[in-house]
Write a new protein. Structure first.
Length: 199
């Protein structure tokens, strides 16, 4: 598998920069990577559903209930960067973000989930996987190209290079997403009453 320095040097190579041997070395290149690595990783993990970063747990309710609106509140895991499934519900766009008093089954406020669902609360989420050896084989290229795109503005005045790196990022992402999807079990799409009436 790939080490952190392998991913870093892939990004540096795409930028036309020399490889480095350690992120702790006293160079501008190493310090720029250190400044952007964690933030970029969280953003990339949150932007897509990666199977290698998917985790599940059961949460215990906090002793203190919410002040109003819900019966229970649960602390999010410290490594959670995106909620995928709460209980038997899946997150989606909610009009509750625009109005007061919606009837959502749960709400996320700060680092807590507020809900009427009792403990233990089942949670499926995207975990912050910092160990590069646990990454899917296609993720290092995706992340390296995103890292290169972010660092490009500091290393080159060329808009064309930035666009070229973004193109490489999108191509790597499409390839990784395809591989990610192919490892899923086929979904059974329920038939509608309209279709059933015609069978």
């Amino acid at each position: 598998m790939f080490s952190q320095i392998d991913v870093v040097n892939m990004a540096r190579m795409r930028l036309g920069e020399a490889p480095i041997t350690s992120l702790t070395e006293n160079t501008e290149g190493a310090s720029r990577i250190l400044l952007t690595w964690a933030m970029t990783l969280d953003a990339e993990l949150r932007a897509h559903v990666w199977k290698f970063a998917t985790a599940r747990t059961e949460l215990a309710a906090l002793v203190t209930a919410p002040a109003f609106g819900f019966d229970f509140q649960y602390p999010l895991p410290t490594d959670c960067v995106r909620i995928l499934n709460v209980g038997d519900t899946y997150p989606g766009a909610s009009i509750g973000d625009y109005i007061v008093g919606d009837d959502s089954l749960y709400k996320v406020e700060g680092q807590r989930i507020l809900t009427d669902m009792g403990a233990p609360l089942k949670l499926v989420y995207t975990s912050r996987v910092t160990n590069t050896e646990l990454w899917d084989a296609s993720f290092p290229m995706v992340f390296a190209m995103r890292l290169a795109a972010i660092l490009c503005g500091r290393t080159s005045d060329s808009d064309s290079m930035h666009e070229s790196i973004l193109k490489d990022y999108r191509e790597a992402l499409i390839s990784a997403a395809r591989a990610n999807a192919l490892e899923s079990a086929p979904m059974t799409i329920p038939t509608s009453t309209w279709i059933n009436a015609r069978l």
